[in-house]
Design a protein around this ligand. Sequence first.
Ligand SMILES: [Zn+2]
Length: 252
Amino acid sequence: MRAVSVLPRIVDPQRLREETFRSDKTKKDKTGVVLLSGGLDSATVAWFARTECDKLYAMTFDYGQTHRREIQCALELGALLKVKAHRLIELPFMRLTGGSSLVGDGSIPKEGLTGGIPSTWVPQRNSIFLAIAFSWAEVVGADRLYAGMNSVDYSGYPDCRPEFIKAVNSALNLASKRFVETGRGIAIVTPLMNLSKKRIVSWGLELGVPYQKTTSCYSGEEEACGSCDSCLIRRKAFRGLGLEDPIRYKEE
Ligand SMILES: [Zn+2]
């Protein structure tokens, strides 16, 4: 057995960004798992993953989020992507442990980004999601685990930052039988990490992402509220490109 003496391949944001924009030349020969939440970022990543992977698997989490509409959106997006399998994982404990307005602990702020980490922060959400998806990635023999974290136009969540992704990728490979036995790790790919929301939307439109089928609003209603952090960031990106977001907003 190979000893774990070196750290596995870790994610270098600069290299990944370069890799991302060479995607048209990438051979579609990889197996991947994509975290699909039903939102704009994860849909963009999923459409990118589709260009790289001949076998693509999707995973969606029901963690008791009050904006439950995103689960349905995620399942529909998975069907459009023709993923090999789509797992909906229920994590009811996250509502029980609480600590976030996204799982019903307090109200969702409507004043937009005011500095500091907002009450929509869900403690350790990405640590939990990545560990579970990584486990499945190992089972299906994936080379890559795609996720839509972004540290530019975001709410300041600590688990969306590149240093976290790099560290968790190393830790998960060190806990992987495949890596220990063969030295072949799984790369957590976060191609949106250093992109502005405007650049993400522009790239997604090139990839053919059906943004009308995504949802970002924390209210979870059919029509987006237009005033939560998530709505404000998303709408600004479309408008910055001289476009209107194809989803419906309440005040219209
Ligand atoms: Zn909203």
